[in-house]
Design a protein around this ligand. Structure first.
Ligand SMILES: C[S@@+](CC[C@H](N)C(=O)[O-])C[C@H]1O[C@@H](n2cnc3c(N)ncnc32)[C@H](O)[C@@H]1O
Length: 276
């Protein structure tokens, strides 16, 4: 099939992440080594979550059956591996699943990891107590389908923590968006690797968040709180928390508490915490 005809399909999404599993091309250490996974975890924990994972890990995790939807190279498996949980991870990209399995062997982690599509989760209804999905469902064509599937596989009263790009006030204003990108070009602020040097030339907010994980990434979407409330309307509880601002690209010694404060106001992503 021609590449242009494949754009915005699940096949195109799989091809992109197969060619570039998360953080491959950004971390210097050899891919798949313990040093690579350690640097992966440091970047995600420090830069992504400012060292604070409290909103993501269930307080009563004991014996819970957890689905890691779009598991990537195994970050949540390494994290939840320290808890007494039944872990399942799926990802659309076979190469990414290979990396996650490698991490499982290296660290001796429990749990099952397999290739799978978040839009059609291959598990029975009401199978999981908890679903974690960070930075996944905004990269696939049918985001609403993923949310409906999360609802289906959760037990009644089950919870989910889902991270997506947030359509902040800059993304909502074409004027501000152009000004911020102009400032980024002027100050030469850019993300390195994965062809992201041209992020400051993005045409739209979708184009900008699409490129956040690589210039060839086929899909990126950003949502407002109003849109998210509508998309998650079948859940009985919903809470939001902003996070992730890659400030350490500009100033690497910014203290965690300040980084967290700024990210909680201006973060590029939003944690959606829901209960079925
Ligand atoms: C930004 S990475 C996040 C990985 C992981 N959640 C983490 O926190 O490290 C996005 C991941 O979502 C996966 N993905 C994208 N669309 C998917 C889909 N429809 N079903 C399952 N996985 C998908 C990609 O293969 C990629 O590994």
């Amino acid at each position: 099939m021609r590449k242009s005809a494949m754009k915005n399909t699940v096949d195109a999404v799989r091809d992109f992440w197969d060619a570039r599993p998360l953080l491959v091309g950004e971390i210097e250490q050899p891919v798949g080594t313990r040093a690579w996974f350690e640097e992966f975890d440091r970047i995600k924990t420090n830069d992504g979550f400012c060292g604070d994972l409290t909103g993501w890990v269930p307080l009563d995790a004991d014996n819970k059956r957890i689905l890691d939807l779009g598991c990537g190279p195994g970050y949540w498996n390494r994290l939840f591996g320290k808890l007494n949980v039944e872990y399942y991870g799926i990802d659309i990209s076979p190469k990414t699943v290979e990396l996650a399995e490698l991490s499982q062997q290296l660290y001796g982690l429990p749990g099952q990891i397999a290739v799978g599509n978040a839009e059609q989760i291959d598990f029975p209804d009401e199978y999981f107590d908890y679903v974690v999905s960070e930075g996944v469902i905004h990269h696939t064509p049918n985001t609403q389908g993923c949310i409906d599937e999360i609802y289906r596989v959760l037990v009644q009263g089950g919870r989910a923590a889902i991270g997506v790009y947030y359509r902040n006030f800059i993304f909502r204003s074409p004027f501000l968006f152009r000004q911020v990108l102009g400032a980024m070009r002027f100050l030469k602020v850019t993300m390195k690797g994965r062809g992201r040097e041209r992020m400051a030339w993005a045409d739209t907010p979708e184009d900008f968040v699409r490129m956040f994980d690589g210039a060839d990434n086929p899909i990126g979407k950003a949502y407002t709180i109003v849109q998210l409330r509508q998309m998650f309307r079948h859940f009985s509880e919903i809470r939001f928390a902003r996070y992730c601002l890659p400030l350490r690209m500009v100033k690497d010694n910014i203290p965690n508490c300040l980084h967290k404060l700024i990210a909680s106001r201006f973060g590029l992503m939003i944690l959606v915490k829901v209960k079925k």
